[in-house]
Design a protein. Structure first.
Length: 227
């Protein structure tokens, strides 16, 4: 599947206004709006509390213990891009830290999602540069083996293509295919409007048993109340 040793300089990015329209919606809402698809595995976690980012994917395929391709990818970034880094095999070494964050932010990156390790967490939090990683690990990496940039990658079990939109927050990381961006945004908006009505009913004391019409199905399933 992977094309090793190539950098695709030209990728199709969705309109910036479409990405910005998606940005207000959380990962859980977007996941539900896509029919409960698109999530990365839950071991990808923010490296500091309340980190959040939404951006257009510039993908990186790393070799284990080697962060060379992150430096290569920095040149391909445009404002609003989000780095998404996978590895040819499992590796939790510290591929990314403060200096690379400084570099990629200067190129316009809004964050990093990496199925690998990250270090310099205190500095990243002070910078408020969002990183979502498999591990926090002080172990350094080398620059010796080429991977690729802007090829389709599988990151934490989710397919990410260059130009897809990736959202990350405390609930996880979700991938929105570029061609579904407007559809998913509309579905997310409708879902939040529906939840606002339910929230008011819950706050007024109504039970989910009644709001969701659960009583009859529960009785049919054999649930009995005993006083």
């Amino acid at each position: 599947m992977h094309d090793i040793g190539v950098v695709h300089r030209t990728i199709d990015r969705p309109p910036r206004e479409d990405v910005e329209a998606l940005a207000p919606y959380g990962v859980s809402t977007l996941h539900e709006a896509m029919g409960r698809t698109g999530l990365m595995r839950p071991y990808i976690r923010p490296v500091y509390p309340r980190a959040v980012c939404v951006g257009t994917a510039v993908t990186v395929l790393l070799q284990p213990g080697d962060n060379w391709m992150l430096h290569v990818a920095a040149e391909q970034l445009r404002p609003g891009d989000l780095l998404v880094a996978a590895c040819t095999t499992e590796c939790e070494d510290g591929f990314f830290g403060e200096l690379l964050a400084t570099s990629v932010r200067a190129r316009g990156a809004v964050g990093l999602v990496i199925d690998g390790g990250c270090r310099d967490v205190d500095a990243l939090e002070a910078m408020d540069f969002p990183v979502f990683s498999r591990a926090v690990n002080a172990k350094g990496t080398v620059k010796a083996t080429v991977g690729s940039v802007n090829v389709p990658v599988v990151c934490a079990n989710a397919l990410v293509r260059p130009g897809d939109v990736v959202a990350a927050d405390s609930d996880g990381v979700v991938v929105v295919p570029a061609e579904r961006l407007r559809e998913v945004t509309d579905a997310a908006r409708a879902r939040e409007e529906n939840e606002a009505g339910k929230r008011a009913r819950f706050a007024a004391g109504e039970l989910g048993l009644d709001i969701y019409g659960m009583r009859e199905p529960l009785a049919a399933a054999g649930l009995r109340y005993v006083d």
